[in-house]
Design a protein around this ligand. Structure first.
Ligand SMILES: [Zn+2]
Length: 69
């Protein structure tokens, strides 16, 4: 039986037929485009906003008996 699956594979970037050397993409260019998109997604994580966590309530974690004076 023929391998229909391999022939129906398409590049997720430009929808062209995939090249075996660059699967699942059709070319090195599309592989780079996908990698670039993936990296952009990684860098999109808001790490700078974590500094606002500094504004926590100091009494929230303290046991009540420490304030019995
Ligand atoms: Zn492509």
């Amino acid at each position: 039986m023929a391998d229909h699956r391999l022939k129906t594979n398409k590049c997720p970037i430009c929808k062209k037929a995939t090249e075996e050397a660059f699967r699942p993409f059709c070319s090195k260019r599309c592989a780079n485009v996908d990698l670039f998109n993936w990296l952009k997604g990684e860098y999109a994580v808001p790490g700078a906003s974590a500094e606002t966590e500094e504004e926590y309530d100091p009494f929230e974690g303290s046991p009540l008996r420490d304030r019995s004076n």
